[in-house]
Design a protein around this ligand. Structure first.
Ligand SMILES: [Zn+2]
Length: 302
């Protein structure tokens, strides 16, 4: 594991972006989690211990207050955040965070929690792992599926091409690949890499004073690519569901994808209108004094 603690700097804030923590090692030769979206728990413990040795943890509320006051961050500040709402955030990550007394913010995608849904990228990874085929066609080309390496190469191409195209093209592309493979696409999963938090579990996180819960859209769509009415509905739906299920209205949020093209002035305006006060990106970097709470950079942990 890379030394993330080395990225901490005096009077600056490093916000780390994680998705999941897993208790079990991957099955030998398996394709799932090849990107290390979910970190093995021993690596997570080492990562936190190294951060505590050099830096000082902040809650996202403390981050927001410091930004608003225009003050420099004290010591070498850091914050821990999780996107998407995986169940392992509660079952594996939370006990470790409690042991280290390190706060964290969990940004949950409301449709994922409502129906235990998988993101399209996870559905794709699961499909390509299970595919019995030796090859598959995509965008007019033949792609080998002969071994783990060629499957990873194909997944990289699929991810890149589908992320750069219109969102409406993704479901038919996944359906076409499933048809070629002759196996159904998974919609939800019960394993460590797929199961999402349910609302009772999200409430358990929200009740813990060490933890904060925020929004991460309803359907995990790229917000900046949406028409105004659809954007308003996507944000409103996520905020209404969170308020109904939690009993309070969160004011923390993170952008799906989080790249510079995933958010815009229009997105920020809409989030503010719905009571959001802080929304970090997934752009790599650390944050200085007077950082804009809607443009905070994060460091992806893999
Ligand atoms: Zn996400």
């Amino acid at each position: 594991m890379k030394s993330y603690a080395e990225r901490l700097e005096r009077q600056r804030l490093a916000i780390f972006l994680l998705h999941g923590i897993v208790a079990r090692p991957p099955a030998p030769g398996s394709l799932r989690n090849y990107t290390r979206k979910h970190i093995p728990v021993q690596d997570f413990e080492e990562f936190l211990a190294a951060l505590l040795e050099r830096g000082r943890p902040l809650t996202m509320n403390e981050v927001l207050e410091t930004c608003r006051a225009g003050q420099p961050f004290s010591d070498r500040s850091f914050a821990i955040t999780f996107d998407d709402g995986f169940a392992n955030n509660l079952t594996v990550a939370a006990p470790v965070l409690r042991r280290f007394k390190i706060p964290a913010c969990f940004y949950v995608t409301t449709s994922f929690v409502e129906s235990n849904l998988m993101s399209w990228t996870d559905r794709l990874e699961d499909l390509i792992e299970r595919a019995p085929n030796r090859s598959a066609r995509f965008a007019g080309g033949d792609h080998a599926l002969a071994d783990r390496r060629s499957r990873i190469q194909f997944l990289e191409i699929l991810r890149r091409e589908l992320k750069s195209g219109p969102a409406a093209a993704i479901p038919p592309a996944l359906d076409d690949l499933a048809r070629q493979c002759g196996i159904p696409l998974a919609a939800s999963g019960t394993g460590e890499l797929d199961r999402k938090l349910n609302w009772d579990e999200v409430r358990q996180l929200a009740r813990d004073p060490l933890f904060t819960v925020g929004g991460h859209s309803h359907q995990h769509l790229v917000l900046a690519a949406m028409e105004p009415a659809a954007l308003e509905q996507e944000i409103r739906t996520s905020m209404e569901i969170l308020e109904n299920r939690l009993g309070f209205k969160p004011h923390h949020y993170s952008y799906p994808e989080g790249t510079p093209s995933a958010y815009s002035e229009a997105v920020i305006r809409e989030l503010r209108r719905h009571g959001v006060t802080c929304c970090p990106t997934a752009e790599d970097g650390i944050n200085a004094a007077e950082a804009d709470p809607f443009r905070l950079k994060r460091i992806m942990v893999t």
